[in-house]
Design a protein around this ligand. Structure first.
Ligand SMILES: Nc1ncnc2c1ncn2[C@@H]1O[C@H](COP(=O)(O)OP(=O)(O)OP(=O)(O)O)[C@@H](O)[C@H]1O
Ligand SMILES: [Mg+2]
Length: 359
């Protein structure tokens, strides 16, 4: 069996609230191989961000890991959490992994750039927080001695920022400007630069273009894709918009209410979606044609919205919104059904059909 770069197995993250537990991530499994892009899609509140933050262990205080494994290059990162299941934000092993091995572009981070510091300086600081990683970049050719003198390090970080601005397409004269002097697209590019700073083998991008206008969105996605290819970086791209994700993903994971609905190669999910939720998400794309047309028409827009995740619906969590639901759907949680290479679906109807039974 080959080892994946990242493999998430049966991950469960719950939030403790006054009413009980929010079952935000409840048995999610997926993998990412070197150099490939996995897209995670689903409506708001499906647990996408919680999944992403769990990987880098940046969860809020009321988050509890209830189970699962997060294997990065075969090592379970969840071995470093606290005994009670909460996250230890500052565990030295996690701090080594975070940013250098796995970087993240946070959802809404554009507004989180510190307004009182020049943008370039903020990226330099992020780089200087990892002197070892910086020193290892061959092109810098820092001697052991230089690594310990702050001036040499600062100059090296500055050179790296200049290089990064080139990569993400911001003019170098912007380095010493403040966030308010950046357009939205430029701020987002700066955040991409920050995530790329240490050449991580895996980058997680949580809704990286959602706040931008459509044209800028499209341009930046294209650039992310090029950078990812050129540096052979693996990526997890998160969005509520299936067409955004499909544009640049090799494979996709569709999440609904804290669980997986369907995973598969992007093309397979588009041509042959098996979960009614995937079909519903796809139907917002007008170019879908073929023998599924009638079916898709019924799902024009999925009525209703995702359930709150404190006491979520029993059985299949999608059943209250599913036009095909039968009584089994409210009683039993669907198991994974493999319907093709990499193509897995969690749905009673899909399981029955794949076994050749009538629904
Ligand atoms: N700190 C918290 N305490 C309690 N519940 C939380 C907390 N953070 C998130 N949640 C809940 O966990 C669920 C998953 O949230 P998450 O932010 O992971 O969803 P998402 O798929 O990223 O949504 P969006 O598309 O809006 O970004 C939601 O029901 C949310 O309300
Ligand atoms: Mg989110």
């Amino acid at each position: 069996m080959t080892m994946h770069l990242l493999e998430v197995k049966d991950l469960r993250i719950y939030f403790k609230v006054r009413e009980g537990w929010v079952e935000a991530v409840d048995g999610v499994s997926f993998f990412v191989d070197e150099g490939e892009t996995l897209g995670i899609v689903g409506e708001s509140g499906c647990g996408k961000t919680t999944t992403a933050y769990a990987i880098t262990q940046l969860l809020p205080k009321n988050a509890y890991v209830k189970g699962g494994e997060i294997l990065f290059k075969g090592r379970d990162l969840l071995q470093y959490i606290n005994r009670d299941g909460t996250i230890n934000l500052f565990h030295p092993e996690i701090r080594k992994v975070r940013w250098r091995d796995i970087s993240i572009i946070f959802q809404g981070a554009m507004d989180a750039l510190n307004p009182v510091y020049k943008v370039g300086r903020q990226i330099e600081e992020a780089i200087l927080a990892h002197p070892d990683a910086l020193g290892k970049m061959a092109y810098l050719e820092l001697s052991e001695n230089q690594k310990h003198t702050s001036k040499a390090m600062q100059e090296a970080a500055r050179r790296r920022v200049e290089e990064l601005y080139d990569i993400v397409g911001i003019a170098k004269d912007r380095i010493d400007k403040y966030p308010h002097e950046y357009s939205g697209g430029m701020k987002q590019r700066a955040l991409i630069a920050m995530a790329l700073a240490l050449n991580p083998p895996l980058m997680i991008a949580d809704e990286p273009t959602t706040a931008l206008d459509v044209i800028t969105q499209y341009k930046i996605l294209g650039e992310i894709k090029n950078i990812q290819k050129e540096y052979r970086m693996a990526m997890i791209m998160i969005s509520h918009d299936i067409s955004t994700v499909a544009e640049i993903s090799d494979r996709m994971a569709v999440m609904y209410a804290g669980r997986l609905a369907e995973t598969g190669n992007t093309l397979d999910l588009f041509m042959d979606p098996r979960h009614p939720y995937t079909m519903g998400l796809l139907n917002s794309i007008p170019t879908i044609k073929g023998d599924k047309e009638t079916l898709l028409a019924r799902l024009q827009s999925i009525p209703g919205s995702p359930p709150p995740l404190v006491n979520p619906p029993g059985g299949c969590r999608f059943h209250p919104r599913c036009p095909f639901a039968k009584s089994v759907c409210s009683r039993e949680t669907p198991e994974a059904t493999v319907v093709g290479p990499n193509h897995v679906v969690w749905c009673h109807k899909a399981a029955a059909e794949s076994a050749g039974d009538e629904w």
